[in-house]
Design a protein around this ligand. Structure first.
Ligand code: DP6
Length: 420
C-alpha cells in the first residue's frame, strides 16, 4: 500500500542529550553547510537531567510540515530546518508497518508532510545548548521514522547543518567533531571517542548564572570573530590541533589533571577570542569570573587540578569533578559562595542528581548557613551573596539518543498527529 487518500499516521519518538565542549568549536569556514575551522571535543550530558524529547509523525492527511516547541507552534521555514528535512528525505528508505498494513516507499517519503513536537526537560532560555539537543533529536527521530541509515556518521553530518554543536549530541560519552576537508561537508562528522562507561566517575555540576543581558548568539559571535580576531586564526591553526591530540590522550588514559588543565585553558582561550573580536563580545559576567577565581585558588592550594571549568556562549559555569568526593567538596564551596536566598528550598536549588546533597551532608538551609569558609579563603574576607546563581544542576556523562517505544511518551496524538 502506498500513499493515497488514507488517513493513517506513523510516528517515532526519541530522546537526545545535550553536550558541553571541552575543546571549543568557534568559527566556520562555510556558513551554509556549517563547516568548522577546527576539530572540537565534547562530553555528552546525562539525558535523565538535560534532554530533548521529540515526536515526529507523518501522514498523507497532513497538508504542510509543522513543528511545536514546548507546546508552541514555531516556523520551520528557516534554512537550517529545511536543510535537515531535505537531507533526511533524500536518504529515506522503504518502511513496512505490518500492524497498520502499510508500505511507504522511498518515493512516497518525498511527498508526505511531517509534524514535529519537541520538548526540553530544562528551561530553553537557561542557555544550556538546547539547539544541540534539539537538532540531534529532530534528525535522529526523523531518521528512525524514514529508515535512514546511520553509517559513517551520516546523521551527525545532517544534524551539523541544523547547529554545529548538534552533531556531537548523536553519541554518548566523549565525542570528537572532525572538521573534515571536503567542500561538500561529507567528512565533517562526529565520532565517539569513548562511551559514557569509560569515565563514569566524573561528576558534572552546572551553575545556571542569573543574567539580565541578552547575549550575542553563537552564530553571530563566531562570524564576527572569524572576520576580526587574529587570535582565532592562531588558535584554529596552531593551538587546537595539538590540544586535540593531548585531550584525546587525557580522556583515553583518564588523566584528570591533564584533562582539567586543557579544558580550563581552552575555555579561557575561547573567551579571550571573544574579547579579541571587534567589537568585543562578553559572554561571562562577574559571577562567572568569581567561579573561575574560586576554582583556580582551590586548585593552586592543592597543587593539582581538583575541578575543571568551562563556559560556552553565556555566563553559566560547567564544572567537572573527578569523583563524588571532590564533587561534594565542590558543591559545599559553591553553596558557601553562592547560597540560595533564604526563601528558597534547598531541593529546588540543586536539580538533577539530588543525592549529592546527602553525600555532602547538607539536609537543610541551616547546614548551608553553617558551612565553613573554604581553607583557600582563610586570608580573605568573603561575602556570601545570594541571587547570583539561579540554581545548580548535578549530572554526569551520559548516553546518546534513544528511541522511546512506549506510546505514552509520544508528544503527538496517534490518530490526529497534533500535540497531545
Ligand atoms: C561556544 O553550535 O550553537 O557552544 O553552528 O552557528 O549553530 P551554530 O553554533 P553553535 O555554537 C556552539 C559554540 C560553543 C562551543 C561548542 O559547543 O563547541
Amino acid at each position: 500500500m502506498g500513499v493515497g487518500t488514507e488517513s493513517w499516521v506513523v510516528m517515532a519518538t526519541a530522546r537526545s542529550p545535550t553536550n558541553i565542549a571541552v575543546i571549543k568549536y568557534w568559527g566556520k569556514r562555510d556558513e551554509s553547510l556549517i563547516l568548522p575551522i577546527n576539530d572540537s571535543i565534547s562530553v555528552t550530558l546525562d539525558p535523565d537531567h538535560l534532554c530533548t524529547t521529540t515526536t515526529v509523525a507523518a501522514s498523507p492527511a497532513f497538508d504542510s510540515d509543522r513543528m511545536w516547541l514546548n507546546g508552541k507552534e514555531i516556523s520551520l521555514s528557516g534554512g537550517r530546518f529545511q536543510a535537515c528535512l531535505r537531507e533526511i528525505r533524500k536518504r529515506a528508505h522503504d518502511v513496512t508497518d505490518e500492524k497498520k498494513g502499510l508500505r511507504i516507499s522511498k518515493e512516497d517519503w518525498q511527498n508526505i508532510h511531517v509534524h514535529i513536537a519537541s520538548y526540553n526537560n530544562f528551561p530553553t532560555a537557561a542557555g544550556l545548548a538546547s539547539s544541540a539537543a534539539g537538532f540531534a533529536c529532530l534528525v535522529f527521530s526523523l531518521a528512525k521514522l524514514m529508515n535512514v541509515s546511520e553509517e559513517y556518521g551520516a546523521l551527525s553530518a545532517i544534524a551539523r547543518q541544523g547547529s554545529g554543536s548538534a552533531c556531537r549530541s548523536l553519541y554518548g560519552g566523549f565525542v570528537k567533531w572532525v572538521m573534515g576537508n571536503d567542500s561538500s561537508g561529507s567528512d565533517s562528522i562526529a565520532v565517539q571517542l569513548v562511551n559514557e562507561a569509560h569515565w563514569s566517575d566524573l561528576v558534572i555540576l552546572i551553575a545556571v548564572v542569573s543574567s539580565r543581558q541578552k547575549e550575542t548568539s553563537s552564530t553571530t559571535g563566531m562570524r564576527e570573530s572569524v572576520e576580526t580576531s587574529p587570535l582565532l586564526h592562531h588558535r584554529s591553526k596552531v593551538v587546537v590541533p595539538s590540544r586535540i591530540v593531548q585531550m584525546e590522550e587525557a580522556i583515553r588514559s583518564r588523566d584528570f589533571a591533564s584533562f582539567a588543565s586543557l579544558t580550563c585553558a581552552d575555555s579561557n582561550q575561547f573567551h579571550a577570542v571573544c574579547l579579541d573580536t571587534s567589537p568585543p563580545i562578553f559572554y561571562m559576567n562577574d559571577t562567572s569570573h568569581r567561579i573561575i577565581s574560586c576554582i583556580e585558588r582551590w586548585n593552586k592550594l592543592k597543587g593539582t587540578p581538583q575541578v575543571a571549568y568551562t563556559f560556552d556562549a553565556g555566563p553559566n559555569a560547567v564544572m567537572i569533578a573527578p569523583n563524588r568526593k571532590t564533587a561534594t567538596d565542590l558543591l559545599c564551596r559553591m553553596l558557601y559562595y553562592f547560597p540560595p536566598s533564604p526563601d528558597t528550598e534547598l531541593s529546588s536549588y540543586i536539580l538533577g542528581d539530588k543525592t549529592i546533597l546527602q553525600e555532602a551532608g547538607l539536609k537543610s538551609m541551616g547546614d548551608v548557613e553553617a558551612l565553613p569558609p573554604p581553607p583557600e579563603m582563610a586570608d580573605k574576607l568573603t561575602s556570601r551573596v545570594s541571587g547570583e546563581v539561579s540554581y545548580f544542576i548535578c549530572t554526569k556523562p551520559g548516553q546518546g539518543p534513544v528511541l522511546l517505544a512506549d506510546e505514552n511518551e509520544s508528544l503527538l496524538h496517534p490518530q490526529t498527529g497534533l500535540p497531545k
